[in-house]
Ligand binder design. Structure first.
Ligand code: SF4
Length: 229
């Protein structure tokens, strides 16, 4: 069994197993059109940047089986990844659409669809080893982008167990906030690209492009002279 086989058959969180398997399909679709399983990470295995979202969307990743694919959050994000030179095409329609990522890998802090997009603490904790595996296989990783405060907090707990951060209160979530880790890599947080945040203008294309440009600069080592925390 490969690690991905192990992941997509995971049933560790009963509430999320029930949720992911009971989504009412969108009009015109059937249950069989839905992935309804844990959603593995996706992207460049040689990536220097890893973007960590919260969890699959009901009719996005939970339907297509690929992070941020097929919903509003991805419709906002992928064209901007393309403009930043991190994606081969602006569209992300389904898992077989030919999209390839360059220098970025995308995953979620929680791999299964949570009710109301709100995982509980025990679910973040249960899924954290799978997030750790995502990050561990990225041997060239330099920058972790956390998308939203939930992902940010879960990544911080993981980094704490690995001895890479000190007091968590010193690593507050904020748009474009960046922190140097004890091993010289970087943590960079961003508002989530959810449809709600886009519609309420909490995040704009320019703001997300700024985060991507900063991530590339950090990966290039342009800020490595900054004081270590
Ligand atoms: S959220 Fe993570 S730990 Fe929980 S069932 Fe899904 S894959 Fe398993």
């Amino acid at each position: 069994m490969t690690p991905v086989d192990g992941l997509i058959n995971c049933r560790r969180c009963p509430r999320l197993v029930l949720q992911r398997e009971s989504v009412a399909p969108r009009k015109g679709l059937q249950s069989e059109d839905y992935w309804n399983r844990p959603v593995p990470g996706f992207g460049d295995p040689a990536a220097r940047i890893c973007l960590v979202g919260l969890a699959p969307g009901a009719h996005g990743a939970n339907r297509t089986g690929r992070p941020f694919t097929g919903d509003g959050a991805g419709d906002f994000m992928y064209p901007l990844l393309y403009r930043a030179g991190l994606a081969s095409q602006p569209e992300a329609l389904h898992a077989g659409d030919g999209l390839e990522l360059n220098d970025i890998y995308i995953t979620n802090a929680v791999k299964c669809l949570p009710p109301e997009n709100k995982p509980v603490a025990a679910e973040f904790t249960a899924c954290r080893p799978l997030l750790a595996e995502d990050l561990a296989v990225l041997k060239r990783l330099r920058v972790i982008i956390t998308l939203g405060s939930g992902a940010h907090t879960s990544v911080l707990h993981l980094l704490k167990t690995e001895g890479l951060v000190g007091r968590l209160a010193d690593y507050r979530f904020g748009h474009a906030a960046s922190y140097r880790l004890a091993d010289g890599r970087w943590l960079l947080s961003s508002y989530h690209t959810s449809r709600y945040n886009v519609q309420t203008r909490r995040i704009s294309p320019a703001m997300f492009l700024d985060v991507l440009a900063l991530a590339k600069d950090l990966a290039d080592g342009s800020h490595d002279d900054a004081d270590l925390r």
